[in-house]
Design a protein around this ligand. Sequence first.
Ligand code: PLP
Length: 390
Amino acid sequence: MSKPIIYMDHSATTPVDPRVVEAMLPYFTERFGNASSLHRLGREASQAMDDARQTVAEILSCHPHEIIFTSCGTESDNLALRGVALAQRARGRGNHIVTTAIEHHAVLHTAEDLRDRYGFDLTIVPVDRDGLVNPQAVAEALRDDTVLVSVMYANNEVGTIQPLAEIAAITRERGIPFHTDAVQAGGYLPLNVDDLGVDLLSLSAHKFYGPKGVGVLYVRSGTPLWPIQTGGGHERKRRAGTENIPYIVALATALRLAQEEREAETARLTALRDRLIAGIEARIPDVQLTGHRTQRLPGHASFIVRGVEAEGMLMGLDLEGICASSGSACTSGAQEPSHVLTAMGIPRRDAVGHLRLTLGRGTRPEDVDRVLDVLPGIVERLRAYAPSWA
Ligand code: PLP
């Protein structure tokens, strides 16, 4: 008989909340109109989108016109980086972009593409051992021709939360647009764009109990932005393509619910996370927490387990019904350390033993107990077979 599933991979994705499914379903069937149509079905769709935009704008504390709906977090990041960099250069503002070494590939590969294929200069700011960006290091990276700074809100692999407001104070003084990838933060951290000081912010619904394939880009009024997808005049000519009304309704509903329940859920998850971290540190020798101990996402626990490779741990946990993940991927039969762990100064031989356990709405105290019961045995068995460890 298969074991009941314990899902500890909420940073990868979350299940869609049934309340969100209920809100979105009518827009597939009886309210299926195209928001550009003038007839009643079109007006109904357009109204649903306006309401969703208003909901998101209230949560971000911005004007509804500053919200662009996209097809995912990756698209939001692409639109932010490419849209601002190209528009700024066309205005003669310069040719230099600044980002950090621990960004998700949606940002990092886009910045590198702008460098390699579009001729931008790129500075990649390093991080410390906890995965924290030093605002002073960002200040030192800025040049007179810097057109954009992008620093993520919270890291997907190690959970560290960045000091965005401090960085924003620096970029604002220099008049440089500041983007943050808030995809991991969306369901858990405050999103008031004025408090954060950001000019652009990316979100993705599937990280906060909405569906995959819908995102948001917030763009502060006055920020130069070229569209990267042209066609019709949708989203005030900033993102062409017939709007996905069911998913837009779902995103707004999911974000509202996540933010309404945020305080209580943060307290609950932080307590569970800390119990999981303390339990693993107490029961497994030679384990190191990765990311900042307190300045981290509420449900995020991640470790280096020395002497083992991630794949073995993930397979062992999977046999017990526990879904976990690792920042280090297995490519062509070899474990490849992630760029995030490498940037934090973790040596390759340790980085391959990265384990990420991310808790969420469905996680109960007994799930944490179960992981604490089975993980030490899995690690012990793997270490017994690792000649280098012996
Ligand atoms: N940015 C971060 C920090 C992420 O964790 C992810 C998804 O894992 C993305 C961007 C990409 O979002 P999406 O899956 O919606 O394209």
